[in-house]
Design a binder for this molecule. Structure first.
Ligand code: ADP
Length: 422
C-alpha cells in the first residue's frame, strides 16, 4: 500500500483523464494516468492517480462494473479520496452513466453525500442556478444538442441527474457558494436533513471552486468535471509547484503523428509544413488499396530522423475527409487510419524516437495501445489541456508523449512542444 496516494480518480474517457491529471499537476500534485485498471501496483510514486476508462457511453451496467473495478484498485493503492470525473458538458444519456456510476461508488464507499459539478470556468463551462452554460450558451443550445452519442437537450443539471438517480438530487446555488465555506457547509447540512444525497453545485469562477474546495475535505467521494481539481490539493496541504510536473530528461529522436482532422490540427500541420519540417501525408485510399503504407512511411522516415522532428499525418480538410468516408465508410476509414498511424508510431519508436507528439483523441488511444503503454506520469503543460507525459512501452523503453485532442493547442504546437522538453 502506498500511504502517499491522496486522490484516486476514475475518469470516463481517455483525454478527459489527461485533462484532470493536468489540473492536479498544475495545483501541485504529482499525478499518474493509467490506461484502464492496471493489473499490478502503481509503477511510480504519485499523490494522485487517474484511471482512464472508456465508460462514458457504454451500457450503464458495464460502466458501473468498470468503475467499481477501478475503485477497488485505487483503494488497494491507499487512495484517501475518490474523484469520479466526467465531461465538463455532463455528457450522458437518460440512462446514465453519471448517475448510476455515482450511486454505485457511493454504495461501495458508504458515502451518504457527494457533490456533482462539471463547472470548469477556465474552459468557459459555468453552472448558474443549476443550469450549465457552454460559453455564453445554455448547454441545450450549444453544439452538444446535436452530439451523436450523448445529445444534451436539457441544461438543468438537477433535473438531468435526478432522472439518472435513485437518491435525491439538490442544489447549492451561486449565492451560497459566493458566501464562502461556512455558508456552503450550512447548506450541505440543510440538504442532508432534507434527504438530499447528491448536490449539484453552481460555480461561475475559479474563486467559486476554491471556496467550495475546503467543504469537500471529508467527503469520501467527489464527482465533477476537471475544474474542481484545482481546489483539492490544498485540502492535503499541497500548493502549486514546478516540482509536481518534473519528468525525467528527454532524449532520443522526435516525431509527430497526426490522425486528427480538427481545425486546430489542420492549422498546426500547415504551420509545421510552412516552417520547412520533414513531413509525409498518409493517403487512406492507398491503405485501403492494400499498399504497405506503414513500411513505406518508416523507410521514408529512417534517414530523416537524425535531422530533426518528422511529421506523419493523415490530417485533411473536411472535403477530403468526406470523400474518403464516402468511399470507405466513416467507421471503417477511421479505424483503418488509426491502425496505420499507431503502427507507424510503434515503428518510429523502434527506429529510436523517444519524444512523440500524437494529434487526435482516438488516434492517441490507438497509439498508446499499440505501444503497450499503461501508465503515464504527467509533466509540464504545452498548451491548455495538453501536458507532456512520460511512460514505458511494452518493451520497457522510456518515452515522452504529448497526446493532443483535436481542437487543442496553438498553431505552433508541434515546435513548441519539442522546445518545452529541451
Ligand atoms: P480528434 O481529436 O481531432 O477528433 P481523432 O483521432 O479522435 O481526432 O479522430 C479523427 C478520426 O478521423 C480518426 O478515427 C482517424 O482515423 C480519422 N481520420 C484521420 N484522417 C482521416 C482522413 N484523411 N480521412 C478519413 N478519416 C480520417
Amino acid at each position: 500500500m502506498r500511504a502517499n496516494l491522496l486522490i484516486g480518480c476514475i475518469a470516463d474517457d481517455f483525454t478527459g483523464a489527461t485533462d484532470l491529471a493536468n489540473n492536479l499537476v498544475r495545483s501541485g500534485m504529482r499525478a499518474v494516468q493509467t490506461i484502464g485498471v492496471p493489473a499490478g501496483p502503481l509503477a511510480v510514486e504519485a499523490e494522485a492517480v487517474v484511471v482512464a476508462l472508456k465508460s462514458r457511453t457504454t451500457p450503464p451496467a458495464q460502466a458501473v462494473q468498470a468503475s467499481l473495478e477501478a475503485l477497488r484498485w485505487l483503494q488497494a493503492q491507499g487512495a484517501r479520496q475518490i474523484y469520479f470525473k466526467y465531461c465538463s458538458t455532463f455528457d450522458s444519456t437518460a440512462q446514465g452513466n453519471i448517475g448510476p456510476v455515482t450511486e454505485a461508488l457511493m454504495d461501495a464507499l458508504g458515502a451518504t453525500f457527494t457533490i456533482a459539478t462539471p463547472a470548469f470556468p477556465d474552459n468557459q463551462r459555468t453552472v448558474f442556478k443549476g443550469y450549465l452554460f457552454v460559453g455564453d450558451m445554455l448547454l441545450s443550445e450549444s453544439g452538444m444538442r446535436d452530439h451523436p452519442l450523448t445529445p444534451m437537450t436539457d441544461a438543468n443539471l438537477v433535473r438531468v441527474l435526478q432522472a439518472q438517480c435513485r437518491r435525491k438530487v439538490g442544489l447549492i446555488d451561486y449565492r451560497t457558494v459566493a458566501a464562502g465555506e461556512p455558508a456552503i457547509q450550512k447548506r450541505i447540512e440543510a440538504l442532508r436533513a432534507e434527504g438530499v444525497a447528491i448536490a449539484v453545485v453552481d460555480a461561475l469562477s475559479n474563486d467559486d471552486l476554491l471556496r467550495l474546495g475546503p467543504t469537500l475535505k471529508d467527503l469520501p467521494l467527489v464527482t465533477a468535471g476537471s475544474g474542481v481539481a484545482i481546489a483539492l490539493p490544498a485540502n492535503f496541504g499541497i500548493r502549486a509547484s514546478e516540482a509536481a510536473s518534473r519528468l525525467p530528461t528527454a532524449a532520443g529522436m522526435r516525431a509527430v503523428v497526426s490522425g486528427s482532422c480538427s481545425q486546430a490540427t489542420n492549422r498546426q500541420v500547415r504551420a509545421f509544413l510552412a516552417s520547412g519540417g520533414h513531413a509525409i501525408a498518409i493517403d487512406p485510399l492507398r491503405i485501403a488499396a492494400g499498399a504497405d503504407v506503414v513500411a513505406d512511411t518508416l523507410a521514408w522516415a529512417r534517414p530523416l530522423l537524425a535531422k530533426g522532428p518528422v511529421l506523419v499525418y493523415s490530417t485533411a480538410e473536411p472535403g477530403a475527409v468526406k470523400a474518403v468516408q464516402g468511399a470507405l465508410g466513416v467507421e471503417q476509414a477511421g479505424a483503418m487510419v488509426e491502425r496505420a498511424i499507431a503502427a507507424i508510431a510503434a515503428g518510429l519508436v523502434d527506429l529510436g524516437v523517444r519524444q512523440l507528439v500524437v494529434a487526435g483523441g482516438e488516434t492517441s488511444g490507438a497509439t498508446v495501445q499499440a505501444l503497450g503503454i499503461n501508465q503515464l506520469q504527467i509533466g509540464p503543460q504545452v498548451d491548455p489541456g495538453v501536458p507532456w507525459c512520460w511512460g514505458r512501452d511494452a518493451g520497457g523503453r522510456a518515452l515522452h508523449l504529448a497526446l493532443k485532442s483535436g481542437n487543442f493547442g496553438a498553431d505552433d504546437f508541434f515546435s513548441k512542444a519539442f522546445a518545452l522538453l529541451q
